[in-house]
Design a protein around this ligand. Sequence first.
Ligand code: AMP
Ligand code: MG
Length: 329
Amino acid sequence: MICLGIESTAHTFGCSVVDSAGKILSDARDVYRAPEGKGIHPREASRHHIDVSSETLKQSLDLAGVSMKEIDIIGYSAGPGLGPCLRVGAVVARTLSGFYRKPLVPVNHALGHIELGAMLTGATDPLVLLVSGGHTMMLVFSQQRWRVFGETLDITIGQLLDQFGRAVGFASPCGGRIEQLAGQSSGNYIQLPYIVKGNDVSFSGLLTAAKRLAENNKLEDVCYSLQETSFAMLAEVVERALSFTGRKEMIIVGGVSANRRLSQMLEAACERQNSRFYTCPIKYSGDNGAQIAWTAILDYQATGKNVQVQDAHVRQSWRLDTVDIGWRS
Ligand code: AMP
Ligand code: MG
């Protein structure tokens, strides 16, 4: 079976063809870039997605060497995400499904990050840390759902990095640039608010304090201190969750998993808890159509899940822990 996956929750419009053995036959993406110092504007991003959608789709089919007729099912990112962006992907998916008469499978975007990461690394029953622009969540699979063992109480780690970066003049997304600058610091740690409540984290006070620090300190040192503080908070809650749940594997997924310092800290926590540490390959850590295609295959094969074109809706808010999972036990 081969599936076309369509991703359009935020800045990325992606189309990917994946087969049921887990082979990624193509992964075409086009990413909306916000003007310097600005965040993602949903309407502008959706216009970008409209402009690039047919070329990205063509590219993904060409790279995979297949035609639409050879595609067995279509998966699309149905949420959570930005409404105008989600609707572009859904329109493309509905149109293709209606015209070519292919089953249409709505996919929860967060689930896509997890399932592709698990497939690519071989992690079977991990504690998951999902860290991206839209999520900061720790999850464990239990009784047919991914259960949340900790999450952010306000902004996500991606928002922390991007909002700080934009405040000091970087172009969004800023995580990579902050990591690079932090690496140039001589290790001069400046105290910042460290807020862990139970197994939840809070980053908004940290953001305000870091912006203020940036006014009269070396930017390298502020980036370093921002990373050390926020990542230590995440490592603390991960270590406690590993200890509570007894999970012997942990995986980090989402765009922020590209960060090497974060991986280093989590790996150390895993070692102390005798758990194996996995990280989603950087190439697939950000948003992409392969996440959606692979998850659609899992769902369709296990439960036959598919919807009629008129029922192929999108949901801007769609918590992962409300989704019943039919392919894991
Ligand atoms: P996603 O929403 O999964 O596409 O992830 C996007 C987020 O990942 C943005 O907030 C980026 O700033 C962040 N990101 C990308 N690369 C890195 C990095 N090397 N270190 C930290 N964050 C990163
Ligand atoms: Mg994402």
